[in-house]
Write a protein that binds this ligand. Structure first.
Ligand code: 13P
Length: 342
C-alpha cells in the first residue's frame, strides 16, 4: 500500500465543486429503474443509458469519480473505448462496487449483513488491473421495532473494516458506506441516535483493522426523518443534525464525507448538502456520491432511446452542476428554474 498515493486519490475525489456519481446499480437494481420507465434491461440498453452519463460534455467539471458495477467496468462505449478509458479521458476516476449485496442476517429477522469478503483480494487485484482506483461496499442498517440490534451493527462494521483494509492493500481508496435506511416512521432524533451508534462502531472497527483514515472516504446517510414519519424535519434541521452527528463520530483525518441520497428527491438531496456546507467549515470535505438524486431526471429523459442522448446528458449535467454548487453552499432553488426554461 502506497499511503501517499491513496491520500492523493481520496483528495481528488472530493476536490472543490466536485462529487461522485454512483452508477453501480447491480443488474437487478438497474432492472427496477428501467421497469419504472418501461424499458427492457438488456446489456445494450444498460451501457447505452450509462454512455449518456459518462460522455456528457463537461461532466468532469462537477464529477470527480464514477462508481461502476462489474458488468459496466468491462463494457465499451459505441466509439469502441472501454468505460474506464472514456472516464479517464473525461478526467473522471473509475471506481467499482465490490460487495455482493445485503443478505438476511441469521437469527435476526428484518436485518441484513453485506456479503462479499470471500475471494475479495483476488477480485480487487483484477479491478485494479482493469483501471479502478477506488471501491465501494454498502452495509444496510434498518430502523424498526427493537432494531437495529447490536449484532447487526457489529457484523456490518466488521465487514466494512475488513473490506477497507483489503481495498487499501490493493492500492485503491475504499468508500465505506454504512447506510441507515430512511424507510419507516421514526423521527429524526431516532435516526441521529442510530447513525451515531453505527458510525462509532464503524470507526472502532476501522481502527482495529488498521485502516489508513487519510486514504478512505465515508459514505453515510444524512440524519433525516423516516419516510413515513408524520413530522418531516426541514432542511436547516437536517443539516444541523447531520453535521453534529458527524462531528461527534468521524475523525478529522478522514478527508471527505460523500453522502448517499437514499431515496430523497433530487432537489432535496441538493438542498440538504448545500445547507450543510453553508454552516461553516467542517473538518472534512462534505460532498455527494448520489445515485438516484443525480440520475432520475436523466433516466426519464433517455426513456430507452439513444435519440434522446443529448436530453439525458443535459438533465444529468444540470443535477451535477446544482450539486457542484451545493459543495460551496451556493445552491439556490432559482438554479432549478434556470434549467427548466433553458
Ligand atoms: P442513492 O444516492 O440512490 O442512495 O445511491 C447511492 C449508492 O451508491 C447506494 O449504495
Amino acid at each position: 500500500m502506497d499511503k501517499r498515493e491513496l491520500e492523493g486519490i481520496a483528495r481528488s475525489l472530493v476536490e472543490t465543486n466536485k462529487g461522485i456519481l454512483a452508477a453501480d446499480e447491480s443488474t437487478p437494481t438497474i432492472g427496477k429503474r428501467f421497469d419504472s420507465i418501461g424499458v427492457a434491461s438488456t446489456p445494450e440498453n444498460r451501457i447505452g443509458y450509462r454512455e449518456c452519463l459518462f460522455t456528457a460534455e463537461g461532466a468532469g467539471d462537477w464529477i470527480s469519480g464514477v462508481i461502476l458495477f462489474d458488468e459496466t467496468l468491462r463494457q465499451s462505449l459505441s466509439d469502441g473505448r472501454s468505460v474506464p478509458q472514456a472516464l479517464r479521458d473525461a478526467n473522471i476516476v473509475p471506481g467499482i462496487k465490490v460487495d455482493a449485496g445485503a443478505k438476511a442476517l441469521a437469527g435476526h429477522p428484518g436485518e441484513k449483513v453485506t456479503e462479499g469478503l470471500d475471494g475479495l483480494r483476488g477480485r480487487l487485484a483484477e479491478y485494479h488491473d482493469l483501471g479502478a482506483r477506488f471501491a465501494k461496499w454498502r452495509a444496510v442498517i434498518t430502523i424498526g421495532d427493537g432494531i437495529p440490534s447490536a449484532a447487526c451493527i457489529d457484523v456490518n462494521a466488521h465487514a466494512l473494516a475488513r473490506y477497507a483494509a483489503l481495498t487499501q492493500e490493493a492500492g485503491m481508496v475504499p468508500i465505506v458506506e454504512p447506510e441507515v435506511l430512511m424507510d419507516g416512521d421514526h423521527t429524526l432524533e431516532r435516526c441521529e441516535r442510530v447513525t451515531t451508534e453505527t458510525l462509532r462502531a464503524v470507526f472502532e472497527a476501522l481502527a482495529t483493522q488498521g485502516v489508513h483514515l487519510e486514504g478512505m472516504l465515508l459514505k453515510p446517510n444524512m440524519v433525516i426523518s423516516g419516510t413515513t414519519c408524520p413530522v418531516q424535519a426541514d432542511v436547516e434541521t437536517v443539516a444541523a443534525a447531520t453535521v453534529r452527528c458527524l462531528r461527534r463520530t468521524v475523525p478529522s483525518a478522514v478527508p471527505g464525507i460523500v453522502f448517499l441520497s437514499g431515496g430523497q428527491s433530487d432537489e432535496l438531496a441538493t438542498a440538504h448538502l448545500s445547507a450543510m456546507n453553508a454552516l461553516g467549515t467542517p473538518p472534512w470535505e462534505l460532498s455527494f456520491s448520489y445515485g438516484r438524486a443525480l440520475q432520475t431526471p436523466a433516466l426519464r429523459a433517455w426513456a430507452g432511446s439513444m435519440a434522446n442522448q443529448a436530453a439525458a446528458a443535459a438533465a444529468f449535467l444540470h443535477r451535477a452542476r446544482c450539486n457542484g454548487a451545493a459543495r460551496t453552499g451556493s445552491y439556490t432553488a432559482a438554479m432549478e428554474a434556470e434549467f427548466a426554461t433553458a
